[in-house]
Ligand binder design. Sequence first.
Ligand code: UDP
Length: 349
Amino acid sequence: MESIALFGGGGFIGSHLVRELLNEEYKLIVVDLSSEKIRDVLPHPKIEYLELDIRNDENDAKFKQIVDDSDLVVDLVAYANPVQYVDKPVDVVELNYHDNMKIVEDCAELDTRLIQFSTCEVYGKMGGRSDGNPVFEEDESDLIMGPIHNQRWIYATAKQLLERMVHAYGIEKGLDWSIIRPFNFVGPEMDYIITSPDEGTPRVFASFMSALMYDHTMYLVNGGTNRRSFTYIDDAVRAIKHVVENEGKQFSGEIINVGSPENEVTVEQFAHLMRDIYQDISTDGSLPEVEEISGEAFYGDGYADCERRVPDISKLERAGWEPEYDLRESLEEAMRYYIEKHEEKQIAK
Ligand code: UDP
């Protein structure tokens, strides 16, 4: 039986991927700081769960052993939330570049195939693109970062360097690699829910979901004019599975966008669609206010934004994949999960 190690397998994407891979004949080694998001499947005869911190060098030998014992490593470990890029830029580079490089090196040395998770944020901003084309192609598009004092870009820069090193290890050391660039996945167990705005700043879906359920303001950062292409997690996981299976090695040495280009909206439209759906499917009769706020007031100094990002998905289409969930269906599925959980909690009180 093939053995797959999932570093960060207990996070949002990892937990959904783990559940999907359990349907196949794989043995899974899941490494994370918490098993909270996979509590429904643990303990499981096909999962070895290890609570270990990749940031702690004392664990390096254990990680090397895990890489050695595996046929494939899926590396999902990252700080991946804009508020962290602004608040803790040094930690972002330490984890998203330095600590991840330990896994890359182990994979190269021990001849273990690697799927490295990156981000669509490496494409950077629209400004400065001479052709103005918002559709990002993995092997053609330029990667355009903003100035240094906008420290949001430190995340994309660290991820870009990690991608370039993975690629370089392929050339110089024969590493068998694939890189995945996710485009705004949404679904159950994404980020975390806050009961009031001073509890944190999750990404936009979790942020609006929290506001709807706990009746606090929905903030449209810089007017909500930026656009995102949202992807339902089940579609994303089916796409990732193609990369895991790697038929005919078609994804070896490839960067792969995973996203739903048809699901592009402005953040303002996204907020209003979530409000409509909330009214349709929840028993809560009230809706919170919507307010505009500046990026600096919401995230702090050093915030900058990506105006628009749409994935070219030809590589996955050639493998027979296409997204099935349109935006409304994606949100209905994800929101229903939270609303049911919330209503169960209310009843239990
Ligand atoms: N955003 C917003 N209100 C929120 C959270 C986010 O208007 O409560 C905006 C944010 O400024 C960005 C978009 O929504 O333009 C998506 O932000 P997210 O944090 O989900 O991640 P990103 O796609 O920027 O990595």
